[in-house]
Design a protein around this ligand. Structure first.
Ligand SMILES: [Zn+2]
Length: 383
């Protein structure tokens, strides 16, 4: 999960907004790398265009600077670096961040849109709730880049509500806005996280495998994207029981990716796989050096001991795990690394391997030590 608390803690206090913007601007003009990073959040300038047309364009533009420039610079585009390395950017282990160049990003922008999608899925506002949403324009699809103030307000609201619940169930489910569900509700498996503290590892893993199967079907063009998700893939019906197609899910308001959903879906799969290697998302054992069951010669990663949940984590500590430095340490010291695993999936995707062929590898990557282990905040619990 990218773009987390650091922004949120600051943006809602006036003086710190100015400070964050200043940091963003200084970084933008003072650091050449900004050239590469500033284009990352967008599949195109559609979001920006929309926000100018929305009725709070002035304010939004200021916030966009913070979100679009300040944040990626502070946080580093980790998913993008891993993905570009896996797609063929030839760089020594530990230096994946150097893959994030403007040329590489432009050449792979739709896959990268998919990689970013679970963090920032575009969605329409819930009309019933919109009367309370002062910072939101109900006519414009919400993404962090299109309506940043609105996005942050909703994200904060979701976090507040999720923390209130001590229930043994997801805080949000079908019928709630996608942003709430993907970060704090039943869809947290998109990030290799549990839907609630206490969820058994076997359940989180089963949801992840269902999601992986669905995404793979789209990624190789085997699953229709213009029919309701519940019909295209019945196992997904509990999560999307309504009249929503895959095109609706992945491309609401972002017309230009509609015809390229295979790349988007593959990117979303990489996101989940990559998150599963973050210490904020799971605790893994060390890799044994052995192969995946039934796949001789294919290195097995360490098994998952516990899934974590985000609601009771310290956002800043969570974010620290998703930095370039953490990635460098990981890829230098682990085999297979998150880049190796992503690269193996790229190979399978490029040859359009069937789900039957891919499933054993996914099962190996998401293998758990004990399916009964309940999820918890892990080592990053809020003090
Ligand atoms: Zn994530």
């Amino acid at each position: 999960m990218i773009m987390r608390s650091r922004v949120f803690q600051s943006v809602h206090m006036g003086t710190r907004v100015a400070l964050a913007m200043l940091v963003g601007l200084v970084a933008f003009f003072g650091d050449r790398r900004a050239e590469a990073y500033q284009i990352l959040p967008k599949v195109s300038d559609v979001d920006r265009e929309l926000s100018w047309r929305g009725n709070r364009s002035w304010m939004e533009t200021g916030s966009q600077l913070v979100m679009g420039i300040g944040v990626p610079l502070l946080k580093g585009p980790i998913h993008e670096a891993i993905t570009l390395a896996a797609l063929g950017c030839d760089i020594p282990a530990g230096e994946e961040g150097r893959c994030v160049t403007k040329a590489n990003v432009l050449a792979n922008r739709v896959v990268l849109y998919g990689v970013r999608w679970p963090d920032d899925p575009p969605f329409r506002l819930d009309a019933a709730r919109s009367s309370t949403l002062k910072k939101c324009d109900v006519r414009v699809t919400v993404r962090s880049t299109a309506q940043p103030d609105c996005w942050m307000m909703l994200f904060k609201d979701a976090g507040r509500l999720a923390k209130q619940g001590g229930r043994n169930a997801p805080a949000f489910g079908p019928g709630t806005m996608l942003l709430y569900r993907s970060h704090y509700g039943d869809l947290q498996f998109m990030h290799s996280m549990a839907a609630f503290d206490g969820e058994p590892a076997s359940q989180t893993r089963a949801n992840m495998q269902t999601w992986a199967k669905y995404l793979w079907g789209i990624a190789i063009g085997a699953t229709r994207t213009d029919v309701f998700i519940r019909d295209a893939q019945p196992e997904m019906a509990p999560f999307f029981p309504g009249d929503m197609t895959s095109i609706n899910l992945f491309a609401t308001g972002i017309v230009e990716v509609r015809k390229r959903l295979p790349e988007v879906a593959f990117g979303a799969l990489l996101h989940m796989v990559q998150d599963s290697f973050s210490r904020a998302h799971t605790t893994r054992t060390e890799a044994t050096g052995g192969s995946c069951p039934g796949l001789p010669g294919v290195d097995a990663p360490g098994r998952i001991e516990q899934f974590h949940g985000y609601a009771h984590q310290d956002g800043a500590l969570h974010d620290e795990q998703d930095t370039e430095e953490s990635l460098g340490l990981h890829t230098l010291q682990e085999a297979p690394s998150v880049v190796d695993v992503s690269r193996h999936l790229v190979t399978l995707w490029r040859k359009k391997a069937s789900w039957d062929e891919v499933q054993p590898y996914i099962a190996c990557v998401f293998d758990v030590v004990d399916g009964h282990t309940p999820a918890g905040p892990g080592p990053f619990k809020k003090a």
